[in-house]
Design a protein around this ligand. Structure first.
Ligand code: SAH
Length: 352
């Protein structure tokens, strides 16, 4: 049984009710509250005695403590405080089809990618499944859906801080609860998990979460280039990563998404586009191009939108599906880890 209440599923809550000497039907009632992110004190149809007992169990919450609204688009950036005081961030983006929430899977990250703000101070700890669910339900409590039966958040991307596949069991548990009818009820097709490429875990993922969209942060078309910015490339070469991606596409029948951040003078020339197309030939895939967001602490810069568009055009000519990702929330530190770092930095300056 998980340590925190918000991570539990129906069968675990049944076990808990049994241990507490409570009738079975309470499990379903508690689960309904949990799926809306309500802590024991607010579980109105639960007797006070039981609420008190439940309040003694760690909850696994994430409360929004700061919001930033973009002036340019409808993007909202959040800082969440976890019950132990750690801070993670999330971003809510509006599209024509609904709202996508980008959530974090770890406090910090230990993958060490050279361009990423989330990894600057290493990993602090993994998030529980309950905490990841709380990131979603906290947004829904803030922006309730028009229709009570519907949800505000229609899509989830695990592209915030952390490496989801480095927190594998909690991530899979989260994905199951997010997709479950008695959980968040979000179709797994509308959920994406992004990984820097932990090959053995990708193989597990194909079995454990076949309906979830897999995104792989590639950012390079050969090992030498990839090792310059992504330490994980020392552990797994492209000769292992690319077949794992192909296996995902072949076995699930779903397109694998490759993320490719365009870095000035590094991986973004016409020649690089041709080499990338060659690497990906024969894989049912799509390439998401992102002009690198410059991070103050890092000395790498992104390409212009024009260069990105040209790169995409070249890939398309070579029959590789590619688009340049729309930039959202650039005025509110939309990129990974940026806002959390600023927040923690400002606390340090204030001497807290
Ligand atoms: N650890 C996972 C998910 C988190 S990052 C992963 O590596 O995929 C989500 C995406 O943002 C990844 O593709 C990551 O490489 C990318 N990213 C990180 N910092 C960036 C930056 N400064 N500019 C553009 N993309 C960035």
């Amino acid at each position: 049984m998980p340590a925190d209440l918000a991570s539990m599923d129906h069968s675990e809550l049944l076990e808990l009710m049994n241990e507490l000497g409570e009738p079975k039907f309470r499990a379903k009632q508690v689960l309904e509250w949990l799926s809306r992110g309500v802590r024991p004190a607010g579980m109105k149809n639960i007797p006070l005695k039981l609420r008190e007992k439940l309040a003694e169990i760690p909850y696994g919450g994430a409360e929004i403590i700061e919001r930033r609204y973009s002036q340019k688009d409808e993007t909202v950036k959040f800082l969440y405080e976890l019950d132990d005081g750690n801070i993670v961030e999330g971003v809510l983006m509006s599209y024509s089809y609904g709202k996508t929430l980008c959530i974090s899977s770890q406090v910090g990250c230990r993958m060490g990618c050279a361009f990423c703000a989330s990894t600057l101070n290493g990993k602090v700890r993994d998030l529980t499944a309950g905490e990841m669910l709380s990131e979603v339900t906290a947004v829904e409590r803030m922006i309730p859906p028009d229709d009570e039966k519907k949800r505000t958040v229609t899509n989830i991307v695990m592209m915030g801080s952390g490496e989801p596949l480095d927190n594998y069991d909690n991530t899979v548990r989260f994905l199951k609860r997010a997709a479950a009818e008695d959980g968040l009820g979000i179709s797994p097709r509308n959920i994406s998990v992004s990984t820097c490429g932990l090959v053995p875990r990708i193989n597990d993922f194909i079995k454990d979460a076949p309906h979830v969209t897999l995104c792989i942060s590639l950012h390079a078309h050969n090992d030498e280039m990839r090792r310059r910015t992504m330490p994980i490339a020392n552990a797994y070469s492209l000769s292992e990563l690319i077949p794992a991606a192909k296996r995902y596409a072949d076995e699930t029948g779903r397109r694998v998404i490759f993320e490719y951040a365009l870095i000035e003078g590094e991986n973004s020339s016409d020649e690089d586009a041709r080499a990338l197309a060659k690497l990906l030939r024969g894989i049912n895939c799509h390439v998401n191009l992102i002009p690198l967001n410059s991070v103050k602490e890092r000395h790498l810069s992104g390409v212009t939108r024009q260069r990105a568009a040209k790169f995409a055009e070249l890939l398309q000519k070579l029959h590789i599906s590619a688009t340049v990702r729309r930039e959202l929330g650039t005025d509110i530190d939309g990129a990974c880890g940026q806002l959390r770092n600023k927040y923690i930095g400002s606390l340090k300056e204030e001497g807290k």
